[in-house]
Design a protein around this ligand. Structure first.
Ligand code: SF4
Length: 261
């Protein structure tokens, strides 16, 4: 598999995505969520199938740059109770977002009820818990579980074990931080049928350790990886897995239709 490296041209002064969309909340009502996709240094983990690197920089931005991006984005966004600030990586990675910026951002969004950020389980530690304590909104951390098939997890080069994921989830919950997880509908090394099986197993695992919100992500092409036999996941497979998760009635289960035709 050859790795290509062409990234989109980004302005480090601007978040590369600013929009609002409705989402079902954990209290069972559909409410608008404001979403800010910040422009910052690429995630250090470089997991095999992650395509978020396309909208990242190769260098660390100056202190204050992410705060400015968020401030300008907030000025453009409508009123909402919930906000997602996604940095194509780990909110607590200081190479991506300097520590002071995270607290300055917390001050700017104190009127929101919920803040959702992304993190790899290995960045779930004291800085995350200190931030949650300082923050006015309820913190929710989204982590990529991807799959409970341990061989596929190794092939994805996730740099974590299932135990790492479980420990991070337990630590977050123990600090009253909500958890959501991303699950892949299929990995490139699985047939659709195998993918459906393992995605359901992954839902069972995540819900059994207390993850309340799950997003199922279909297999998508990644320009960095050449997969000669790549076939996108079908809509029917996504519907089957999401319906399976929802019938368990242990929390929210979404299907990710980002980039869907
Ligand atoms: S940790 Fe998350 S953001 Fe980073 S490369 Fe892996 S999947 Fe992508």
């Amino acid at each position: 598999m050859a790795r290509l490296t062409v990234k989109n041209t980004l302005d480090e002064q601007k978040a590369y995505g600013v929009f609002s969309e409705p989402e079902l909340t954990r209290s069972g009502v559909v409410e608008d969520h404001n979403i800010i996709l910040t422009t910052n240094k690429e995630c250090p983990f470089k997991c095999t199938m992650c395509d978020l690197w396309q909208n990242t920089l190769d260098y660390r931005v100056e202190k204050g740059a992410i705060t400015k991006q968020v401030r300008d984005a907030l000025d453009q966004l409508p009123a909402a109770k919930h906000i997602k600030i996604y940095n194509a990586g780990n909110f607590f990675d200081r190479q991506s977002i300097p520590k002071q910026d995270t607290f300055d951002i917390a001050n700017m969004i104190s009127h929101y009820e919920t803040l959702i950020v992304e993190s790899h389980p290995k960045f779930v530690s004291t800085p995350c818990f200190e931030f949650a304590q300082y923050l006015e909104p309820q913190l929710e951390v989204a982590m990529g579980l991807e799959t409970v098939n341990e061989e596929a997890l190794r092939q994805l080069e996730k740099n974590m074990t299932l135990d790492d994921f479980k420990q991070a989830t337990e630590s977050l919950l123990a600090h009253d931080i909500y958890v959501r997880a991303f699950i892949l509908l299929q990995t490139p090394w699985q047939s659709e049928e195998e993918g459906i099986h393992w995605a359901k197993e992954s839902i069972d695992f995540a819900q059994s350790i207390g993850v309340e919100c799950l997003t199922i992500i279909p297999l998508r092409p990644n320009p960095r990886i050449e997969l000669p036999d790549f076939t996108p996941s079908s809509k029917e497979a996504l519907e089957e897995v999401v319906a399976y998760g929802q019938t368990k009635k242990k929390g929210r289960v979404f299907g990710d239709t980002w980039d869907a035709a």
